[in-house]
Design a protein around this ligand. Structure first.
Ligand SMILES: Nc1ncnc2c1ncn2[C@@H]1O[C@H](COP(=O)(O)OP(=O)(O)OP(=O)(O)O)[C@@H](O)[C@H]1O
Length: 259
């Protein structure tokens, strides 16, 4: 299987416009196996998106190394697809052309044209090919954003709060679709989320980061079978553990009945 990511002693510093230095990541070590579903969770501003951008190859570490399947990450690659909170569709292209964009950019559209319909169907957007992004709902836009990345057959899917702006119902539906996709395509998923429930519902492992400068605080295995039940005692126990690690201790009730 392909899609393993190794992050070794990664430090990332930024210089702000007024000349101050900010250390976003301060020695992050993380080994992600091919086919895992990892969630990165941590306080706001701790450096989760910074880490995801480094894995994507959109920026380089100040120190340390990142590699995919043993090869150093240097620049972006269609093998590592990145989905943002606001899908970033091109507003001047219709849904078909947005989803076909990667194939056209790589000059493989003629060869793989049938993939466009396949992915439009996969994300339930058949009939909306000629619509423009502003004519779709938030959930449909996120689906289109996913299809636009998936069409390139990524080995690793990097998700930066892709469901963060959606209403609770749409969000839960798309969470189920993500699990379905992950099981079917067997790719590595790395999700940045603020939502502890979402992390427990989806992930095989949850990486809790410290406040900035971020390091890995703790890694929790989620040994619950899918589909997960949000109200089960095991689910609530894990949720409480994570909230405690995030220092919400005392602000959340321990379920008590977990054995
Ligand atoms: N290009 C940049 N230049 C300067 N500082 C930056 C840059 N990118 C990120 N930072 C800083 O690095 C820190 C980490 O930012 P990052 O966006 O990675 O956090 P995050 O954990 O994803 O935040 P949130 O959960 O609120 O989305 C922040 O203090 C941010 O201001």
């Amino acid at each position: 299987m392909v899609g393993a990511i190794d992050i070794n002693s990664v430090i990332k510093k930024f210089t702000t416009d007024d000349g101050n230095e900010i250390t976003a990541l301060d020695g992050v070590d993380l080994n992600i196996k091919a086919g895992e579903f990892i969630s990165l969770i941590g306080p706001s501003g701790c450096g989760k998106s910074t880490l995801l951008r480094l894995i994507a190859g959109l920026s380089t570490p100040t120190k340390g190394t990142l590699s995919m399947d043993g090869a150093g990450i240097e620049g972006t690659s269609y093998e590592r697809g990145l989905v943002f909170q606001n899908a970033m569709l091109f507003p001047w292209l219709n849904i078909y052309d947005n989803i076909a964009f990667g194939l056209k950019a790589r000059n493989v559209y003629r060869k793989h044209k049938e993939r466009v319909s396949k992915f439009i169907n996969m994300v339930s957007l058949a009939g909306f090919e000629k619509s423009y992004p502003h004519q779709l709902s938030g959930g449909m836009i996120q689906r289109a954003g996913l299809a636009r990345v998936l069409i390139n057959d990524p080995k690793v899917l990097l998700l930066d709060e892709p469901l963060g702006a959606l209403d609770a119902f749409t969000r839960m539906n798309l969470q189920d679709e993500l699990i379905h996709l992950w099981k079917k395509e067997k790719m590595t998923m790395i999700l940045v989320t603020h939502d502890v429930d979402e992390a427990v519902y989806l992930s095989s492992r949850i990486v809790v980061m410290t406040p900035r400068p971020a390091k890995v605080e703790k890694i929790l295995d989620v040994n619950l079978s899918y589909p997960r039940v949000r109200s089960s005692s095991e689910f609530l126990y894990l949720r409480t553990q994570i909230l405690k690690i995030l220092d919400y201790a005392g602000k959340t009730e321990d379920p008590g009945y977990f054995i």
